[in-house]
Design a protein around this ligand. Structure first.
Ligand SMILES: [Zn+2]
Length: 168
């Protein structure tokens, strides 16, 4: 871009010099040659302007794209800030909405692996394991997450194997 701008300024200077010298010419042949030089310099200037416009348009498009990425990143970061890491027992972790930040969303957990990479991925409940842990699957990274302290299964509570146990 700087090279094109410098070439444009050189072309303008050249045209200016040529037109200044044109008034002192009386020979028609020299006048015609000077006019051809001016036209050539004008074409060079036009080429520089075209190149500058093309580069300006490209920079504008890149700027818009970066602004959009920055905006998306800020929104994503603000959304992730609503969550905190929770220990579900025996050092089994997942991210959950902070108190008062769940809004109208249903109870859910985020994958700790994806969260660390700045990705909001809701864990999908699979089933309760034989040691009474909730097994979840992250459909983004494919990681299985077991939440809760392993215990012996007690069927007297009336819970079904398909029910998630949120209060362990
Ligand atoms: Zn994940």
């Amino acid at each position: 871009m700087i090279a094109e701008a410098a070439a444009g300024l050189t072309a303008i200077r050249h045209i200016s010099d040529l037109t200044r010298g044109l008034k002192d010419l009386s020979d028609q042949t020299k006048i015609n040659a000077a006019i051809i030089d001016i036209q050539t310099a004008a074409l060079d200037l036009q080429k520089s302007i075209f190149e500058l416009n093309r580069e300006r348009d490209q920079l504008y498009a890149e700027n818009q794209e970066l602004r959009q990425k920055l905006s998306n990143s800020a929104e994503k970061s603000a959304d992730l800030d609503r969550y905190e890491l929770k220990d579900f027992g025996s050092q089994t972790f997942a991210y959950v909405p902070k108190d008062g930040h769940s809004g109208s969303e249903p109870n859910h957990c985020l994958c700790a692996n994806c969260f660390g990479n700045g990705i909001k991925s809701i864990l999908q409940f699979e089933h309760i394991t034989s040691v009474k842990q909730n097994k979840f699957l992250c459909h983004t990274c494919g990681k299985e997450t077991f939440l809760g302290t392993p215990q012996e299964w007690k069927s007297t509570k009336g819970a079904k194997m398909s029910d998630p146990l949120w209060d362990l």
